[in-house]
Design a protein around this ligand. Structure first.
Ligand SMILES: Cc1ncc(C[n+]2csc(CCOP(=O)(O)OP(=O)(O)O)c2C)c(N)n1
Length: 364
């Protein structure tokens, strides 16, 4: 731990930092973490390009946040449940979700996409901070079911901490000792609002006011993010209640593809963070410690190229959903009102076919 309280296990130069609280995990799959980070960055790069080509309506980039997401995502066990906001594509990857399921949302050809329970990964939430309450409620459910070896993690941004929902979630999780880990990716910006417009104190310190532990971790250090999240999840599973993790990172790209960050932040700040790149430090570490050579790195790059190709092709050929499918995703069961609406909408769609036929006949 440094004097600022930042937990770091790998420096930006790729050197291991000894930390007695988080001893070196010999079993840690660092090469696997590197692979995951490279692949999710490729998903992101392709998605931005697809949006620029008019193939996606929007994309929320994870650039710069790969370590926070892969480190924490890999700390989850298959039984744990994750609640994302909208840029946790790296966590989605760790949960085994096909990236095309994410792209179909941003292409607007899905009525909901994946099954949350199947992947133990809830749907993306655009309403800032809401998912912290969903996650806390879910964690309280686990507790009441006396489920064993299960915990919940919820992702949100620095801006979200100013939402009342997040404070309410902290209060409920605390007093009910809910098995939930609050994972705040402090990427310094809430669209154009800087972090100093959200809080006068470091965000992880908020937790103490609610009565549970808070830690600040180097969010660009995948080893530290993994170790800290693993510990917090285990504490939750063992009945020790919630933890707030503040992963201190930086949003290297725009807020979304509709944003132009050059209007509100300095290029020199971005350059400083470029030197702290989460992938480069792992690459340096693996190379310097002799755990990986150029053949390994070339194989990962080739895999990324293949993935990129699959995403480009897959995105362009995603089928449009049938209009009536919309009604299948409203409730788990049937409802008389919905059945009536479905019937009327079907008749409306049919009226176009009749008009088309009449026009064709008139033309003959
Ligand atoms: C309740 C609510 N208020 C406002 C918005 C508009 N909005 C979308 S993203 C965003 C900023 C979120 O910033 P942060 O929580 O730091 O997450 P980041 O996007 O940086 O990951 C805002 C205000 C919204 N989606 N929901």
């Amino acid at each position: 731990m440094t004097e600022t309280g930042l937990i770091q296990l790998l420096t930006p130069e790729g050197e291991r930092v000894d930390n007695p609280a988080y001893p070196l995990d010999e079993a840690a799959d660092i090469k696997g973490m590197y692979r995951d980070m490279v692949l999710v960055r490729r998903i992101d790069t392709e998605a931005i390009a697809l949006q620029r080509h008019g193939e996606l309506g929007l994309w929320a980039s994870l650039l710069g946040q790969e370590a926070a997401q892969i480190g924490s995502g890999r700390a989850l066990t298959p039984k744990d449940m994750a609640f994302p906001s909208y840029r946790e594509h790296g966590v989605a990857w760790c949960r085994g979700l096909d990236p095309l399921r994410l792209l179909e949302l941003f292409r607007g050809v899905s009525n909901g996409s994946w099954e949350p329970e199947e992947h133990k990964f809830h749907l993306y939430t655009i309403v800032i901070g809401d998912q912290t309450l969903h996650a806390t409620g879910y964690a309280m459910g686990i507790q009441r079911d006396a489920a064993e070896d299960e915990a919940v993690i919820v992702y949100f941004g620095d801006g979200a901490t100013s939402q009342g929902d997040v404070s309410e979630a902290f209060a409920w999780a605390s007093v009910f000792n809910a098995p939930v880990v609050f994972f705040c990716q402090n990427n310094q910006w809430a669209i154009s609002a800087p972090q100093d417009r959200q809080s006068r104190v470091p965000l992880f310190q908020r937790a103490s006011g609610f009565g549970f532990p808070g830690v600040r971790v180097d969010g660009n250090d995948v080893l530290a993010c993994h170790a800290v999240t693993q510990r917090a999840l285990q504490a939750a599973r063992e009945g020790q209640g919630p933890t707030l993790i503040e992963a201190y990172t930086y949003r290297m790209g725009a807020h979304t593809t509709t944003d132009d960050p050059t209007r509100y932040r300095l290029a020199s700040d971005v350059e400083v963070w470029r030197l702290r790149d989460p992938i480069e430090r792992v690459r340096s570490y693996l190379a310097r410690s002799g755990q990986a050579d150029s053949t390994f790195f070339a194989a990962i790059d080739a895999e990324a190229n293949e993935l990129g190709e699959r995403i480009r092709e897959g995105c362009r050929t995603l089928p449009d959903p049938a209009p009536l499918e919309l009604f299948d995703h409203v409730y788990a069961g049937r409802s008389a009102i919905l059945d009536d609406e479905r019937e009327r909408y079907a008749a409306y769609l049919e009226s176009f076919e009749q008009t088309d036929t009449a026009l064709e006949e008139a033309r003959r």
